[in-house]
Design a protein. Structure first.
Length: 133
């Protein structure tokens, strides 16, 4: 069972996902991201403005991108999301795990792990669905 704070953190991060990450919309970043934001992703430079620039770059490069959420977890100050990004029609996409640390009602820190979705490997189990395919 989640604590009230864990639910608030999950709601914050899900708002970030729905209003910023899913639409790749940098205009709402300041509503969710702390001014002292610490970025650990190797794909984006540190800082809030760099995050906005990265979102704008990705949106321009992949305007048809779609994200499908599979899992979300809250544990104390941390929220973890597991989702599938398809950059354009026909793309196998990326499996993404984001870890967010929340503080004072804002996202204060972010880590991620991103990998290509493979359909021709030796493992027939889905990277997303329970129980395999």
């Amino acid at each position: 069972m989640r604590t009230a704070q864990e639910q608030a953190n999950l709601d914050l991060v899900m708002g970030l996902f729905e209003n910023v990450l899913r639409p790749l919309d940098s205009t709402h970043v300041d509503k969710y991201i702390s001014p002292n934001y610490i970025q650990h992703s190797p794909m984006a430079a540190p800082g809030v403005q760099s995050l906005k620039d990265f979102l704008d770059f990705v949106h321009k490069r992949s305007p048809e991108a779609k994200q499908h959420m599979y899992r979300s977890f809250a544990d104390g100050d941390y929220v973890v999301l597991h989702y599938h990004v398809v950059r354009h029609p026909g793309d196998n996409g990326l499996a993404v795990v984001d870890i967010f640390r929340c503080e004072n009602g804002m996202v204060a820190e972010h880590w991620d792990s991103v990998q290509d979705v493979k359909t021709d490997g030796p493992n027939p189990n889905s990277m997303f669905e329970l129980g395999g395919r």
